[in-house]
Design a protein around this ligand. Structure first.
Ligand SMILES: Nc1ncnc2c1ncn2[C@@H]1O[C@H](COP(=O)(O)OP(=O)(O)OP(=O)(O)O)[C@@H](O)[C@H]1O
Ligand SMILES: [Mg+2]
Length: 393
């Protein structure tokens, strides 16, 4: 028994050390990840204009515009977005007085269904499109946290994750939602990190669900309370969740504007996704019977991930899903890409990766994730009562 415990600890220590090394390598030489520059062609696509139009606009708006072969920094890209009227198709940020904060929760029972990959890509897509984003990691595995260059075991302690919020609410201590949102190397993405310490929040919510405490500390309202306490600077909150039925995910659903359920197009994954929806239906029914109300989801989408169009069985399952669930299935799948595996090794997303070889495959993968994200953005814009901007990535 003792031997086994020691062996388990050893596995944990070795893999944590490996994670630390991976994060240190990706953060080098500044010890923090840095964001790459953006070539003219990519910026022109993002802003929905031709390269000559972009050059002309950059000359007008940016005193520090880079030469044609150099790259724009993220800050320069943001300034181009903010140039407002001069941009025909730039999405407008939300008006906090008129438009509610949109919260998009990526969730599914199924492990490895690309929840983290999809949520992080969506957050970065929104940032590139000019929005201000908060990514909340509600998975104690801390995969999204690590993706942003923070070590879940060392840099997401009890005071630094959503656990700090629930702990303070348990004791009645003052807590600032804004203080839990840390800056990342993406200038317009902040992160509420997660790590093993987040388990305390899960326990706290479970205790409250079992005991039924004061109304303001009820488990299901806790994430909502956190969202309401956020500063109004954010346009969209993106939430990554853990792959099982858990209290944090449940609380997140109560704060969700919409949910995105990533799934692979295999029978096992779709069966598990079916169970997830059975759980959702049951939960909403039970909740309504007990408390009245329910979840107020403006949208719920199934996102087919890691899709291989050359695999007949996947193609058949995708058609079947579209047939049965109609537009609940996002019209475009996130293509399977070996590049994503390569990029993932260095904890880079497709938006961060710089393809040197096999650019065509990279462009295909990027086009698919852009199309997916555009569709989810469209749901957010519909929630705000706005039309989709004309610029297409
Ligand atoms: N489109 C894709 N093409 C190829 N590989 C992918 C794709 N999407 C995700 N993956 C890979 O699948 C693995 C699982 O993805 P990810 O971590 O996003 O899933 P998850 O649902 O968040 O997992 P968990 O349930 O553990 O939280 C990762 O190695 C990721 O790189
Ligand atoms: Mg994950």
């Amino acid at each position: 028994m003792a031997d086994q415990v020691a062996a388990f600890r050893n596995v944990a220590n070795v893999l944590r050390a490996a994670q630390q090394v991976a994060i240190e390598v990706q953060n080098a030489p500044e010890r923090r990840k840095v964001l790459r520059g953006f070539p003219h062609a990519e910026c022109a696509a993002l802003l929905g204009m031709t390269r000559p139009e972009l050059r002309a606009m950059a000359r007008r708006v940016l005193p520090d515009a880079p030469p044609a072969r150099a790259r724009f920094t993220f800050d320069q890209l943001s300034r181009l977005h903010r140039a407002g009227g001069t941009l025909p198709a730039a999405p407008l940020r939300r008006d906090p007085a008129m438009e509610a904060l949109a919260t998009v929760v990526f969730t599914n029972f199924k492990g490895g269904s690309a929840k983290t990959t999809s949520s992080v890509h969506f957050a970065q897509f929104l940032a590139l499109a000019g929005y201000r984003v908060l990514l909340v990691d509600l998975d104690s595995q801390g995969s999204a946290t690590a993706q942003f260059g923070f070590d879940p075991a060392r840099e997401a302690g009890p005071d630094e994750s959503f656990a700090a919020w629930t702990a303070a609410r348990d004791t009645g201590a003052a807590v600032s939602a804004a203080a839990l949102c840390r800056h990342t190397y993406w200038p317009t993405i902040d992160l509420v990190p997660a790590g093993p310490a987040l388990a305390a929040a899960e326990d706290s919510l479970a205790r409250r669900a079992a005991s039924g405490q004061l109304e303001e500390t009820l488990y299901f309202d806790e994430f909502n309370a956190f969202l309401k306490a956020l500063p109004s600077i954010y346009d969209v909150v993106v939430v990554d969740t853990r792959p099982d039925v858990n209290m944090l995910m449940t609380a997140a659903l109560h704060g969700a504007t919409g949910i995105v359920v990533p799934t692979r197009a295999t029978m096992t994954d779709l069966a598990s996704t079916g169970e997830f929806f059975a759980h959702l239906a049951g939960y909403i029914g039970d909740f309504t019977a007990a408390f009245g109300g329910g979840l107020s989801l403006a949208f719920a989408r199934i996102l087919v991930t890691a899709f291989d169009p050359t695999d007949r069985s996947q193609e058949a399952l995708l058609s079947l899903a579209r047939d049965r669930f109609d537009d609940m299935v996002l019209a475009r799948p996130f293509l399977h890409s070996r590049i994503l595996g390569t990029a993932g090794l260095g904890k880079e997303t497709l938006y961060e990766y710089e393809a040197t070889t096999d650019r065509a495959a990279y462009q295909r993968a990027l086009a698919s994730v852009n199309a997916v994200n555009r569709l989810i953005e469209q749901d957010v814009l519909a929630f705000w009562g706005r039309p989709l901007p004309a610029n297409a990535l």
